[in-house]
Design a protein around this ligand. Structure first.
Ligand SMILES: O=C(O)[C@@H](CO)OP(=O)(O)O
Length: 207
């Protein structure tokens, strides 16, 4: 039977997650905790018996390092890895590098929440989740999904919002319900797909 396994994992904690800064396309490294989380993602997947045939990641170091560390724990350091800018984090535009609490003090709690979690309101000069879906979904459909449907076991290491963009489609969220779908750093979300590419089962190792 064809397995159709797709595992998504958000990178471990980054230096800028720790400093509470809007990150987007900026490229901070993982913290020591982030390294631990990435290793733990690999050991948890290995403990549950998962192995992969191909992995995808973004052009940003925090996702690439998370993938490298997880693959090391899985004993799969030589797995083919495809890196693409389409899986980069949502571009935070002018907010990139600002402190999230400072932004709340300046623009108000509500406005900052709308910029961070609404579906179609972009932060100034940046991408909304809708814009991020428009960038990540074609890549998913043309590059990732065909591999899954052919029976390859696929691991994707990317970012909170680029993965939420894919999850919106996979889990059939509405613009309202996606606002509450959060992804923990380093916690794999395991999907089995049906032959028609819809989701048969999902297990979020965060919860
Ligand atoms: O700063 C960012 O790029 C993202 C992910 O860490 O933050 P947010 O939770 O605001 O989407």
């Amino acid at each position: 039977m064809t397995e159709r396994l797709l595992v998504l994992v958000r990178h471990g904690q980054s230096e800028w997650n720790l400093k509470n800064l809007f990150t987007g396309w900026r490229d901070p490294d993982l913290t020591a905790l982030g390294v631990e989380e990435a290793l733990k993602a690999g050991t948890r997947l290995k403990a549950e018996g998962y192995q992969f045939d191909i992995a995808f990641t973004s052009n940003l170091s925090r996702a690439q390092k998370t993938l490298t560390l997880a693959l090391g724990e899985l004993g799969q350091s030589d797995l083919p890895v495809v890196k693409d800018i389409a899986l980069n984090e949502r571009d935070y535009g002018d907010l990139s590098g600002l402190n999230k609490d400072d932004a709340r003090a300046r623009w108000g709690e509500e406005q900052v929440h709308v910029w961070r979690r609404s579906y179609d309101v972009p932060p100034p000069g940046g991408e909304s989740l809708k814009d991020t879906v428009a960038r990540t979904l074609p890549y998913y459909v043309t590059e990732i999904l065909p591999k899954v449907l052919q029976g390859n076991r696929v691991l994707v290491a990317a970012h909170g919002n680029s993965l939420r963009a894919l999850i919106m489609v996979l889990e059939k969220h509405t613009p309202e319900s996606i606002m509450k779908r959060e992804l923990a750093t380093g916690a794999p979300v395991i999907y089995r797909l049906k032959a028609d590419s819809t989701v048969e089962s999902v297990v979020d190792l965060a919860g």
